[in-house]
Design a protein around this ligand. Structure first.
Ligand code: ATP
Ligand code: MG
Length: 877
């Protein structure tokens, strides 16, 4: 069965059992402070488990894009080495939110695997939780009994807390789980060693395919467990592993999920897959990593040097490095796989085909820059080598290995490999400790302590009223205290709030909570998944009081201007630059709007002008906002609404329209009532942020007006200086030309002046013991003129000994010039002589035996310089 069919069979199976198909959430997470990437199917349902949100369905099914390269789940170092862990993979899952529990979950998984998919029962094993004394959780007899009705008891194995107890994080929903494992080995191998001895033993052909989690507890901050009122099911099955089992393969990479990519890369490298372990690993690393990279970029996360962007960059570099070292790729190669990948996911994950040129461009640029870094790293290694050879050492220090890792992206194994070729060893322990040090540093930076939520009211749902109101009567549902480096803040959740929590690029509201005779400032509002969290520096004395929650409405009005302008800008960009323009990020604050978008060249001045014109025309048309809430997503799409890649949309969306022919977007932000409110829209900068991504910043309303006024002020100042010419540019052009002419003239005059000085000097030269002595005070336009004059004297006067004490625009300078023959025969040294003379002008200098210069501070010392020279000359014989 082809992978596509396997995926849809899975979905259909659960759909026909009352499950709602929910599309994969983006792999890159935006509103979750605890997680950068989706690492399990349940992430997008977290709020349902936590009770922060309700949906109108209680059963769901999906295939979720997951990435496991950071945090609690990090499989990166295994990937490519083994054949069944990926960085990015699809997790097939079915969920029950307080609906069915163990019996159905177990029964359906068995039915699907053995009857629909026809996997052999005698190759399957299941595990159940053996219990844990410290937690006070008993053996999961319930699960055991349900399994027993399907599978031979001998195939049900016990598992410990590590394998069979699942937790969302340090706190929150958790529970025992049952895993399904499959033994893919040959009958001969099985005869030698039974599969049950290999379950959970990291055997590449006895692998876990499905994990069924029975969420029944809530872990508190003090470590204790409480029973959850509603019990949930959360399952996750590795799609690629299922394909391996279904297609009778022994490696995920031998399934049709990977073979087209492998073919392409092997051909490009001129090798055969399965010829050699070393090249095989490299190929697996590459075909795995390009998926993770492409999906991350498609979901809006570009490679960069921090946080999630750095994770993507590290994955890409690992792939490039394997290609470079083992497949001899000296030029970018990864980007060529994007096309194959996009074709493969067409019809299911269309975010790839929709942006394949953009993704390829970003990948290629990243590859190029890393290949350059690689070269520099190799040079650095050469330097280290020669230093070690000089010192007679044979081991590269840990901190140097770390520098190579940190600055050049060289993993230890690469450094060790190259070092070995050079006959050197690396200090791995030293590297590990340098690494641990850095980790501790960043941990200390990020450390924050979260207290448990303190429940105040019994409302569960938060009602956001901020689209219609700027204040609301509210009660506190819960609050908690957070301590970090910066100090202590409180997070407050209200049952009803007009405060917009930062999301979709729009910053959070500020304002006040007024109640029970006290006013508490809200300094920021953030979203934690779907929860709206108000930040304050203080807790109300009576948390159970009723408050008036009031936002800073003036600030909000400025934010609205900027948000609506972002929509108008987006449409104008597409109109002027083309349909390839995709939003790649935005910031909407009370100060400005910033809009990042895919486009491959600089936006020209003329284009900027047109964009500004188009936006401002739409402002002047005073188009009324058409805001529709709870529109079924399919209807919204039919309206032509622009959905953003990498954005998570529910089943019902909010559609913001300013003229159905101009701007229709899916958006949760706050907007002006009519575009006229914006007043004025002015772009203030345009530039590149990354390969293929441009950024425009603009001001609106009062900000734009102030900006224009400032510009005009500056212009007026210039005009005033020029006495208000009719044509300003012409006037400035004239000035510049005039200046050029004058400079030329001055240059000529200076040359003449120096020429005159020279003639005078030569005329006044005196003969002393066969030496032509020139010692004079002179006035010259520049230090250059002094140098030039000195060299001319040296060339034109034989046996010259010249000391020039110059006044250069009010600053004293000395030059000493001595014929080379005199330097040799008489032992005279300009560099030494000038050191002594320079004291007279309170300065210093030096040079060579035949020419030296010095600068100083005391102009009045110049005559003394000549006097001293005369004394010196008197000693010549
Ligand atoms: P393993 O022990 O094999 O790493 P796990 O215990 O980390 O698996 P879960 O967190 O239970 O796995 O994830 C559910 C399912 O997702 C697993 O049964 C497996 O099929 C799949 N899976 C987990 N990690 C990966 C990965 N890195 N690549 C591909 N599939 C994976
Ligand atoms: Mg794992």
């Amino acid at each position: 069965m082809q992978s596509k069919e396997i995926r849809s069979k899975f979905i259909e199976f659960f759909e026909s059992r009352g499950h709602k198909y929910v599309p994969s959430a983006p792999m890159v997470l935006k509103n979750d402070p605890t997680l950068m990437f989706t690492n399990a199917g349940m992430n997008q349902f977290k709020d349902l488990f936590l009770g922060n949100k309700k949906e109108d369905y209680t059963r769901a099914v999906n295939s979720q894009k997951c990435l496991r390269v950071s945090g609690k789940h990090n499989d990166l170092e295994e990937v490519g080495i083994d054949t069944y862990h990926h960085t990015m993979f699809e997790m097939l899952g079915n969920w029950s939110f307080g609906d069915y529990f163990k019996q159905e979950a177990i029964g359906w998984s068995w039915e699907l695997l053995t009857e629909v998919f026809g996997l052999p029962k005698e190759r399957l094993y299941v595990t159940v939780f053996e219990g844990d004394k410290t937690d006070g959780v008993p053996f999961d007899k319930e699960a055991f009994d349900f399994w027993k009705s399907h599978i031979d008891e001998a195939r049900i194995l016990n598992g410990d807390k590590k394998d069979n107890f699942w937790e969302m994080g340090d706190t929150g929903p958790c529970g025992p789980c049952s895993e399904v494992h499959i033994d893919l080995r040959s009958d001969e191998e099985i005869a030698q060693k039974p599969g049950k001895d290999l379950v959970n033993m990291d055997h590449p052909q006895v692998v876990e395919i499905w994990n069924l989690v029975f969420i029944q507890f809530d872990r508190k901050a003090d470590g204790s467990l409480e029973n959850l009122p509603a019990k949930h099911i959360d399952t996750g099955m590795g799609f690629e592993r299922l394909c391996m089992a279904m297609q009778g393969k022994l490696s995920n990479y031998d399934t049709d999920v990977f073979t087209p990519l492998i073919e392409k890369i092997a051909k490009k490298a001129g090798v055969n897959y399965k010829d050699k372990e070393e090249t095989d690993i490299a190929i697996r690393v590459i075909v795995d990593h390009i998926r993770a990279i492409s999906f991350a970029i498609a979901d809006g996360q570009l490679p960069s040097n921090n946080k999630a962007g750095y994770v993507v960059r590290r994955i890409l570099r690992r792939a490039v490095r394997y290609g470079y070292t083992f497949l001899n790729f000296q030029e970018p190669f990864l980007y060529e796989l994007v096309d194959v990948l996009a074709d493969q996911y067409e019809g299911f994950f269309d975010e790839l085909s929709g942006q394949k040129d953009f993704i390829a461009k970003v990948v290629r640029e990243e590859e190029n820059s890393f290949l350059r870094t690689l070269e520099n790293g190799l040079k650095r290694l050469d330097q280290i080598e020669s230093k070690l050879t000089k010192e007679g050492k044979k081991e590269i220090e840990g901190k140097e290995v770390f520098e190579l890792y940190d600055t050049f992206g060289f993993p230890v194994d690469l450094t060790a490999l190259i070092a070995r070729e050079k006959g050197l060893a690396v200090d791995e322990a030293g590297f590990q400790s340098a690494m641990a040090e850095q980790k501790n540093r960043s941990k200390a930076d990020a450390a924050s302590e979260k207290g448990d939520w303190i429940q105040v009211g019994d409302d569960e749902q938060v009602e956001f009223v901020g689209y219609d109101a700027t204040e609301a009567q509210a009660e506190i549902i819960k609050y908690r205290e957070i301590k970090d480096k910066k100090g202590k803040v409180f997070q407050i959740v209200l049952n009803k709030t007009p405060f917009y929590g930062e999301s979709g690029g729009q910053i959070g509201d500020t304002g006040v909570l007024v109640g029970d005779g006290e006013t508490i400032n809200v300094i920021d509002t953030q979203k934690e998944n779907d929860l709206i969290v108000h930040f304050t520096n203080k807790l109300p004395a009576k948390p159970e009081a009723t408050f008036t929650a009031k936002i800073n409405a003036e600030r909000r009005a400025l934010i609205k201007n900027n948000h609506s302008s972002t929509h108008l800008l987006h449409s104008a960009l597409r109109e002027v630059l083309g349909d390839h323009v995709q939003q790649k990020g935005s910031l909407v604050s009370d100060q400005l709007l910033r809009f990042d978008f895919s486009h491959f060249q600089k936006v020209t001045d003329e284009e900027i002008e047109r964009i500004e014109q188009i936006v401002n025309e739409h402002v002047r048309q005073n188009i009324k906002l058409d805001e529709r809430r709870n529109v079924p997503i399919e209807d919204a799409k039919a309206l032509g609404a622009t959905a953003l890649f990498g954005e998570k949309y529910g089943e019902f969306v909010r559609v913001i329209t300013f003229d159905p022919k101009y701007s229709v977007e899916l958006c949760g932000g706050t907007h002006v009532n009519a575009t006229g409110d914006i007043g004025l829209f002015k772009i203030v900068s345009e530039g590149a942020v990354a390969a293929g991504v441009r950024r425009i910043e603009a001001y609106t309303g009062p900000g734009a007006f102030n900006y224009v006024q400032e510009q005009e002020k500056a212009l007026k100042a210039v005009k005033d200086l020029l006495k208000n010419p009719k044509d300003l540019s012409k006037a400035i052009e004239g000035l510049l030309e005039e200046q050029k002419k004058l400079s030329k003239e001055i240059e000529g005059l200076h040359a003449k002046q120096s020429g005159q000085v020279k003639t005078d000097l030569i005329a006044k030269a005196e003969d002393k013991a066969g030496i032509k002595v020139i010692a004079q005070q002179v006035t010259l336009p520049s230090a250059d003129a002094l140098k030039k004059l000195s060299f001319e004297l040296k060339n034109e006067v034989q046996n010259v000994f010249a000391v020039l004490a110059a006044d250069i625009a009010g600053k004293p300078q000395i030059a000493v010039v001595i014929d080379e023959a005199l330097v040799k025969d008489k032992g005279l040294n300009a560099g030494q002589i000038i050191r002594d003379l320079a004291k007279e002008i309170k300065g210093g200098g030096g040079g060579q035996p035949f020419f030296a210069t010095a600068g100083g501070k005391d102009l009045s010392g110049l005559p003394k310089v000549i006097e001293k020279t005369t004394e010196l000359v008197a000693t010549f014989e």
